[in-house]
Design a protein around this ligand. Structure first.
Ligand code: NAD
Length: 453
């Protein structure tokens, strides 16, 4: 697609936030011109599904791709210019300098309204050569294909993962399922520091049970790369067939230097609840931007796929004519590790204390179905409640996939500022094959009120 000199709406980044915005812009405005710049070649893909395409649970990578650039362009009457990287934004003259990667030339376009939806890049460690054949990171479909291809063709038997965050843990499961021995290196003394201690212990037991080794308080300080990868820590070294780094992400906002668009301390674009940045006619949303936190009543950097879709959609509507404030996130997140699911919403204990709340944690373990019904599994809910009022500020779930909806219920209760006294008697559905009378959420809330099990 040839980039035009001018667009009424120009969107930089063609994934979750950018595509959601374009869908709404075109729905509300049938005639204006829309252009999209995308440095990659694959757009509109479900990055969160990558570990499952690598393992083969999802049979092909193309299943993760919702639209090709061409199909998305036709559907939304939009110029989707893949292989085009924004290099500089001049917000005074409303111009964007662009690298046409395939054509190997610098071109320029201009806009009336601009949305920056560039997402985030995986953070890189300075001592690693990321071009080596046995070094991997996971962000894009080609990254996923590269890992799968290497595991299948190289005879790799032993993998190191740097970082026990979301990607590190999900990929530990994937690589284990593909038959590799897996060692995770984590710099912190714990995995998932925001989760309560019981959930963190359960994660460690789960890894052990499934034969994944995790080394906590073990920062990787160097690697030697040849046919094998030697990983060095303060305590020694070990050799692997491949190395995956998953040590966090950084907003892709470097090209905004000198644009006047204000960034926060993470380098994320500061937006208001309407998706407006500090510069007139420049909007943003998704992993490159901050997001409004409903409970804290302030912006936070919490880059997650489901948030990007919502922020993008609302920003697109506001870019045309609407005046809709984003209601905000409460921090819901979830991941699967082998047979267990771990999820949290709201604040962690540390965050609650840092924000001046006086809190009490209550937990309950119950069954997923009536205890006597075949297939009943253990479910644990921990609630963080404001000490004086019992207002729910946070919740953590660990248990089977079937009952994960309890964390969504908790998110809604946090949003509605419900109290333990409301939750303890709440009218949740019950039937023996599906749920018990006293589920883990009700039971935990009941403990706050009545200090009994
Ligand atoms: P992360 O922030 O979740 O975890 C990175 C981990 O790497 C941290 O625990 C950190 O202490 C560790 N680390 C950093 N440097 C290290 C070093 N030198 N040696 C050893 N350990 C080191 O980041 P991620 O796992 O890369 O995920 C990227 C983003 O994607 C996150 O924002 C995450 O929320 C999001 N994501 C979410 C989900 C989900 O919600 N299910 C799934 C995948 C990714």
């Amino acid at each position: 697609m040839e980039l035009k000199e001018y667009y009424d709406y120009l969107i930089i980044g063609a994934d979750a936030a950018g595509n959601s915005a374009v869908g709404q812009i075109r729905r509300k405005d049938k005639t204006s011109s829309i252009g999209m710049l995308e440095m990659g070649r694959v757009i509109a893909y479900g990055a969160c599904g990558l570990p499952y395409a690598i393992s083969g649970t999802i049979d092909q990578f193309s299943s993760l791709v919702h639209f090709t650039a061409n199909a998305f362009g036709i559907r939304n009457n939009t110029d989707v210019c893949i292989g085009h990287e924004a290099l500089e934004v001049d917000t005074v003259n409303k111009k964007v300098k662009v690298r046409d990667i395939a054509g190997d030339k610098i071109v320029q376009t201009s806009y009336n309204k601009l949305m920056i939806a560039t997402g985030a890049f995986p953070s890189r460690l300075p001592f690693i050569d990321y071009s080596a054949k046995n070094i991997f990171e996971l962000k894009t479909v080609p990254d996923g294909e590269k890992i799968q291809n290497y595991v299948k063709t190289s005879g790799a038997k032993k993998a190191a993962i740097l970082g026990a965050g979301y990607i590190g843990l999900e990929m530990a499961e994937t690589l284990k399922e593909m038959g590799l021995e897996v060692v995770i290196y984590e710099a912190l003394p714990t995995t998932m520091p925001r989760y309560p201690e019981s959930a963190r212990k359960s994660i460690l037991q789960n890894l052990k049970k499934n034969g994944v080794q995790i080394l906590l308080s073990t920062r990787v300080i160097n690697v030697d790369i040849g046919d094998k990868v030697r990983v060095y820590t303060e305590n020694g070294s070990d050799e692997f067939d491949l190395l995956l780094t998953a040590v966090g992400i950084k907003p892709a906002t470097g090209f905004l230097n000198n644009s006047g668009v204000e960034l926060d301390s993470h380098g994320a674009i500061i937006v208001d609840r309407h998706g407006k940045t500090s510069v007139k006619d420049v909007f943003s949303g998704g992993d490159c931007a901050v997001v409004y936190h409903h409970l804290l009543d302030k912006n936070v950097f919490l880059p997650l796929g489901h948030t990007a879709n919502k922020q993008g959609r609302i920003t697109g509507m506001n870019m045309v004519s609407d005046d809709i404030p984003f209601p905000g996130v409460v921090g819901s997140q979830i991941f699967k590790l082998f047979d267990e699911v771990y999820a949290m919403t709201g604040l962690s204990m540390e965050e609650a204390k840092n924000h001046g709340f006086s809190v009490k944690e209550v937990s309950a373990q119950r069954t997923s179905r009536a205890g006597y019904y075949p297939g009943a599994e253990k479910i644990k809910m921990s609630l963080l409640l404001e000490e004086n009022t019992g207002q729910i500020l946070g919740a953590t779930y660990s248990g089977t996939i079937d009952s994960y909806g309890m964390i969504d219920t908790a998110a809604a209760l946090i949003y509605a500022r419900a109290k333990a006294s409301d939750i303890a008697w709440m009218d949740f559905a019950y039937a023996p094959p599906v749920a018990p009378v006293w589920n883990a959420l009700i039971s935990a809330a009941g403990k706050f009120n009545f200090a009994e099990d």
